[in-house]
Design a protein around this ligand. Structure first.
Ligand code: AMP
Length: 273
């Protein structure tokens, strides 16, 4: 596996490839969720590039940019074992120049849910993803459904800017207790980890209700709230796959999304119905 930090070197490497290229962008501190994306890419493409870049423009003032977990050596081993061809780890000063065009995520879809609590977050996400896609020019790029709204906005970015990459959505990976894996789970104490299980439990209970035929969004949100309390709920929302509000679950076209504070850690999870 090659480790590339230099942008010029990555571009030269990419230019020399005349085969299918899979790309998995990450912020590092890799876990089984990331590994599932990487393995899918290795299986479906002749070459796989993984990036690790903690992107400053997607963090808001006061968020965890400075303390975001870093495990470079463990990440390198994970990528090597998974069959990655290039691990790309650029410097912030190389990814951003002093004068840049502004990239704004579409307001009606990027300033709701996550974007309402983290305004401008998706501007930063789309900006870095566009840069990374331009550098790696992948045939296929892999993104987790865990970040459902991000996935939607990236699909929209690629479609609207006519980028030549297939966006491949990947299933959410959970631990044996049901907690969705996240690099931020390392912030949780043992007791907070137990508390955090309420999040996936609330989604499971909602899905059981739907199987019973209870499709009212108001009803589902109510029972989820009961399961989640006393966690600090940031939102429980149920939308269709275009991220529009709905009153009734539309089977195969709905997403239930939750964001909660567990202690000082912000966690998100969702279920595609
Ligand atoms: P991050 O390093 O958090 O920016 O995540 C990099 C990619 O991994 C994103 O596409 C995430 O949606 C995806 N990802 C993160 N956690 C999970 C998970 N538990 N299951 C599946 N994909 C995930």
């Amino acid at each position: 596996m090659k480790i590339i930090k230099d942008i010029k070197e990555l571009r030269e490497f990419r230019k020399a490839l005349a085969c299918s290229v899979g790309f998995v962008p990450t912020m590092g501190a890799l876990h089984q969720g990331h590994i599932s994306l990487i393995k899918k890419s290795v299986k479906e493409n002749e070459k796989t590039i993984v990036s690790i870049f903690v992107n400053p423009t997607q963090f808001l003032e006061g968020e965890d940019f400075e303390k975001y977990p870093k495990r470079v050596e463990a990440d390198r081993k994970i990528c090597e074992l998974a069959g990655v061809d290039v691990l790309f780890m650029p410097e912030i000063s190389d990814m951003y120049v002093s004068i840049e065009p502004t990239i704004l995520a579409p307001t009606q879809k990027a300033y709701i849910l996550e974007g309402l609590r983290r305004p401008k977050h998706f501007d930063g996400v789309l900006r870095v993803v566009l840069k990374l896609l331009n550098l790696t020019k992948p045939t296929n790029a892999y993104f987790g459904k865990k970040d459902a709204q991000q996935l939607y906005l990236i699909e929209n970015l690629v479609k609207s800017l006519f980028l030549d990459t297939n966006i491949i959505p990947c299933e959410i990976v959970r631990d044996e207790m049901g907690l969705a894996l996240s690099s931020r789970n390392t912030y949780l104490s043992e007791s907070e980890k137990k508390e955090a299980l309420k999040i996936s439990k609330s989604l499971k209970i909602a899905s059981k209700e739907i199987i019973k035929g209870n499709k009212s969004v108001k009803h589902l949100k109510g029972i989820m709230k009961e399961v989640l309390e006393p966690l600090k709920i940031e939102y429980i929302e149920i939308v269709n796959r275009e991220f529009e509000a709905i009153d009734e679950i539309e089977l195969k076209n709905s997403i239930i999304l939750v964001a909660c504070m567990v202690g000082s850690t912000r966690l998100i999870d969702n279920l595609w119905i």
